[in-house]
Design a protein around this ligand. Structure first.
Ligand code: PMP
Length: 285
């Protein structure tokens, strides 16, 4: 059966789900999005994702033409219409069709799109053996330019770093912020463990406040693991006992090498495994 895509309140076959080439989402990356996941037919942390979507929209002064409650219903409805249980859900809200000029006021109607798809993950052996990553030369967007807390359709900053990762023969790259501190990876947040304490950059470092990140912080606190949201340097990464990444699609992925340097024992660490297992339980609960 062909998948159905939600566009402005209607479900279309994938091939018929279309918007204008004059949409400012396409012309200028003017819009916001969310990446959400369902497990066994249930959307994980739907409210948090919808809230972040509306916060991102507020950040770019885009009025989403429906209430958050109706958005949540539309997401669940699209999922059900596609008869998918474990899937990835992409919600996109663009500024809408306008003119070739920048003026967002020329765009009368934002477009709301909901796509559901099979989840595509890192290969399973990476969860066992860990990921090899590099530090990108491309720095994360300055928070006073386009704040990385906004999940906007402008992902070129991340794509440039992703290209560096691929060119280096790796799958991910750590991005540093304008001060030289660790920000995040191109599509995931980063954590390290040192002396049994969990560290991750604060949101003020210029990162997306990941929903998986917040879940991991909650799990760690609940288990009595000491947690510190602190600025980290590359040196902090190199001397860490453990390192892992978090994201909706990736979940919790161990990192075993950064810039060709082994992290800790060079194998996924025990605290990483413990947190990943508990996260797995929560998603399937
Ligand atoms: N950072 C960036 C830049 C991201 O795009 C994402 C989402 N893929 C994340 C972190 C992780 O956020 P979440 O856990 O909410 O998916």
């Amino acid at each position: 059966m062909e998948s159905k895509v939600y566009v402005n309140g209607q479900l279309h076959d994938r091939a018929d789900a279309k918007i204008s080439v004059f949409d400012h989402g396409l012309l200028y990356g003017d819009g916001v999005f969310e990446g959400i996941r369902s497990y066994e037919g249930k959307v994980f942390r739907l409210e948090a994702h919808v809230r972040r979507l509306y916060d991102s929209a507020l950040g770019i002064r885009l009025a989403i033409p429906m209430t958050p409650e109706d958005m949540a219903k539309a997401i669940v409805g699209t999922l059900e219409a596609n008869h998918l249980k474990d899937c990835y859900i992409r919600v996109v809200v663009t500024r809408g069709e306008g003119t070739l000029g920048l003026d967002p006021n020329r765009c009368a109607n934002p477009n709301v799109i909901i796509i559901t798809d099979k989840i595509s993950l890192y290969p399973p052996e990476l969860y066992e053996n860990g990921l090899d990553i590099i530090t990108a030369a491309t720095m994360r967007n300055h928070p006073n330019a386009v704040n990385p807390r906004l999940k906007s359709l402008n992902y070129l900053n991340n794509i440039l770093a992703k290209i560096e990762a691929i060119d280096a023969g790796t799958l991910e790259a750590v991005m540093l912020n304008h001060l030289g501190y660790v920000a995040e990876c191109t599509g995931d947040n980063l954590f390290i463990v040192r002396d049994a304490c969990l560290f991750t950059p604060p949101t003020a470092a210029g990162i997306l406040e990941g929903i998986t990140r917040n879940e991991i912080l909650d799990i760690a606190r609940g288990r009595g693991i000491q947690v510190r949201e602190e600025n980290l340097t590359r040196q902090d990464l190199y001397v860490a006992d453990e390192c892992f990444l978090t994201g909706t699609a990736a979940e919790v992925v161990p990192v075993v090498r950064i810039d060709k340097r082994p992290i800790g024992t060079g194998k996924p660490g025990p605290i990483t495994k413990q947190l990943a297992e508990e996260f797995h339980r929560r998603t399937r609960a």
